[in-house]
Design a protein around this ligand. Sequence first.
Ligand code: HAM
Length: 423
Amino acid sequence: MKYSRPRGTQDILPPDIHIWRYVEGVFEATFERYGYEPIRTPIFESTDVFLRSVGENTDIVSKEMYTFADRGGRSITLRPENTAAVIRAYLENGLHRKGGTTRLSYIGPMFRYDRPQAGRYRQFHQVGSEVIGSLNPIFDVETIDVVMTALEALGFDDLVVKLNSVGCAECRKPYTELLRTELERLRDRLCEDCDERAMKNPMRVFDCKRCVDVKGDLPPISEHLCEGCAKHFAQVKSYLEAIDRHFEMDPRLVRGLDYYTRTTFEIIHSGLGAQNALCGGGRYDDLVAQCGGPPTPAVGFSAGIERIISVLPEESTAVATSGSGVDFYLICLDEESSARALQAARVLRAFGRIEIDASMRSLKKQLRNAERRGAAVTLIVENELPDRIKWKDMTKREQFEVDDDRLLEFAEAKLAGKRVGDE
Ligand code: HAM
């Protein structure tokens, strides 16, 4: 083999592609029921879009971005996440001028140069939503509810919602000072990176995979919230309870992106091992203003499709792949019958999915393939029957011979006139 795919990427082939489309379809249908509209933004953006929003001290920006200069010398980055890009599009296209809340959803590839392992890829896919324009905790809860509803529709029943509040700029100022003092005290237990983080952006220490032991000894932000943030968080929790959405408090859940304010959450699946988050999200009330827009609060989530599929319940996989075959399998036994095969296929396509087998292999082998493809009817064209087609009903085990020019009529009678798109 001369070429191979880049490390950390995947080819999605049939039949797996049917699982992907099924998962995406369930999310799309769920978004629709909650009044979300899809948005598509470019796969690459100016690097600036992500620098300050995601945060210069985060792992994503400092270690994982695919950044390069294009031929015009501009710094371009393959999007490592979509929230900052959606906000860029929201402002650039003047959606903020409409007022009220804007609900947007998206599905697409993201890129992070991370060490590939199970559940962690360099190109991966996220499905997500953003509600822009309201401080109301109702939307924090709706965000958790919309993703949980979609995941439940996919058959998951053992997920845990981890919840926290990281406060706002106001409560974070005194908290950051407190955290710095504590980190100074615990300095000899910090890794090299965290030693630096402690000065630059101390809350990032909570992301560190090496300083796990230290985290438990640090004061959690959720115990140092200002009055407004504490009230908001209490409302989020009470609304979640009101709709029977269970959650677990995780006072040290700060998430790996800088833009969060107040609510943060993750949805955890126990089957995932180290990369156990199916989904992450939260509120980011300062991002729109930081990007040059008017002060506009927002909240959203993103879920990793590869991770969802890796632990997808069996019944969903079965449903997703069940419709992946064909309705008709048309066997062409010799070259002379090729034109007739094309004509017959054209007639039958009005009634369903049809695959022509022009391999010229033995009839036995082709029939076996028809069965494998789940065809309800197999048709055979051959020179020995120059103007008639064999129609084999694979379930009833019946066989007919039909005149070429009466195929449409015969199909209509046999299939009760049911064409593609009929109810
Ligand atoms: P995130 O936590 O960085 O949040 O990513 C969300 C989800 O994407 C993760 O829970 C995981 O399932 C998946 N994911 C992340 N990195 C990888 C990877 N390298 N390979 C496979 N899957 C991965 C965000 O991206 C925020 N934009 C979420 C958000 C939306 N916050 C507000 N709105």
